[in-house]
Design a protein around this ligand. Sequence first.
Ligand code: IPE
Ligand code: IPE
Ligand code: MG
Length: 240
Amino acid sequence: MGKEKAKADPTLRHIGIIMDGNGRWATARGLRRTRGHREGVEAAKRIVLAAIEEDVPYLSLYAFSTENWRRARDEVSFLMALVARNLRGQYDFYRENHVRVRHSGNLAGLPLEVQEEIAAVTEETQNNEAITINLAVNYGGRDEVVRSVNRALQDRPENATVPEISDEDIRSNLDLPDFPDPDLIIRTGGERRLSNFLIWESAYAELYFSERLWPEWTGDDLREALADFQRRKRNFGGMR
Ligand code: IPE
Ligand code: IPE
Ligand code: MG
């Protein structure tokens, strides 16, 4: 098993990040949007390292949503190639920093090359224990819940007459059932919405919105978010 408790706050086990603002970062500098996505990868590496320093056990990174296929064809193909290249090209980074890589999202809807890279990196990094990261690629929260319910239905015995699905059935058929629910969801880039990220899992997550664009994020930004999280009072519906 890897680490189970964050240094800053032992109740914090899983952070999800909506890495937004790559395009705006690039266009503000007169660069192509794709350049912003490349910078976004560098930011992701900085944040993984900072999360390891802070002993965060689980980190989910929203890299491509089920809605992002609506973008220009060039940008979509660039992003798919970038994902494939960075799964393959970052083995040294994963090994040196003991990063275990997992994937969530609709695998079958991804280009074959990306599917293969995901399978390979998951296998290659499975025994790494400094942190477990979830790369959410072709991920949508609604799509995940629908796939989960369908998996739960398939598991039912032939003679089950009442097709009642429980909370636990849905939970245990999510893409990463071994991940704890996120305690903190961070969105960079100024928008204040979830955009279909971890909608089932984030029922009681604390939300943190930052104006700063993703390519500008550093370890200090993550530490600021963690400090803010520590000041929150979580009730989970109970009494204060
Ligand atoms: C987030 O940055 C990365 C992806 C969605 C792939 P954007 O590409 O959404 O950047 P903005 O929001 O247009 O600035
Ligand atoms: C959310 O960002 C998806 C990812 C960061 C991968 P978007 O830029 O796609 O979200 P919207 O369209 O502004 O809601
Ligand atoms: Mg965006």
